[in-house]
Structures are given as structure tokens and as C-alpha cells.
Design a protein around this ligand. Structure first.
Ligand SMILES: [Zn+2]
Ligand SMILES: [Zn+2]
Length: 124
């Protein structure tokens, strides 16, 4: 009854032989890891325009970063979204996060305008 399953393939598993003991950094927005192959970029918690410095940057998935800027202007971010907690609890961002958490860690898609913005553009 004992099956001698071949485990030969496991030695070739890229995750086993990559020799990279460091865990991927986590995205503070969605809390998923950011794998090296995923697109990511730095977000200024306080927009540069408003006196933000390099210290106030966080690395986010590109798609998470785009989600912020697709919804809010620099002025709005500077006014009330200057820390990760504020971003995460914003209803619009929270909705995005609930959606993106069901995607692969390296998922990327072009960020489209929200439905409201698209609808307002439609010809009457
Ligand atoms: Zn993220
Ligand atoms: Zn940004």
C-alpha cells in the first residue's frame, strides 16, 4: 500500500534552491509580500510637493500605489492620507484592498478609473 512517490522534482523546485533566506518585504497597504518579480514603487506619505522627505516613503505594490493615486489627488493625500493607517481605513482604498488580497502577490493590471468617474464621462 505504500506508494513510492517520486520526489525527484522537488530538488528542482526554484523555491527550494534559490538560496534566498530573506523573506519578501511586505506591502504595508495590503500586507501581502512583494516578490522580487512583482512591480513595486515608493510612495511618499507626504507628497514631495508638500514638503515630504525621503524618510516618509513606503514601498508598495505598483497596483496598490496606483490605487491610491487613481482615487486621490496629491492635495487630498496631503490633507488626510499621510499615514498608512489612514490610507487603509479609507473606504475606497479598503474596498480595493479587499479585492486585491484575493489576487496573486505579483498580480498587476492596468489601473482603470473608478466606475463613477467613467460613468460621468459617458455621453448622455
Ligand atoms: Zn500591496
Ligand atoms: Zn505615491
Amino acid at each position: 500500500m505504500v506508494g513510492r512517490r517520486s520526489r525527484r522534482w522537488s530538488a528542482d523546485d526554484p523555491d527550494q534552491v534559490s538560496g534566498n533566506p530573506r523573506p519578501d518585504p511586505a506591502c504595508p497597504l495590503c500586507e501581502r509580500p512583494i516578490p522580487p518579480r512583482a512591480r513595486s514603487s515608493l510612495h511618499h506619505l507626504t507628497p514631495k510637493l508638500k514638503g515630504g522627505t525621503h524618510r516618509g516613503t513606503v514601498r508598495l505594490h505598483q497596483i496598490c500605489h496606483s490605487a491610491i493615486h487613481a482615487r486621490y489627488s496629491e492635495a487630498e493625500i496631503a490633507k488626510r492620507l499621510t499615514d498608512v493607517e489612514a490610507l487603509r481605513t479609507d473606504p475606497e482604498i479598503a474596498r480595493f484592498l479587499a479585492w486585491v488580497r484575493g489576487k496573486p502577490d505579483d498580480f498587476h493590471a492596468a489601473t482603470r478609473m473608478t466606475r463613477d468617474r467613467r460613468a460621468s464621462r459617458r455621453k448622455a
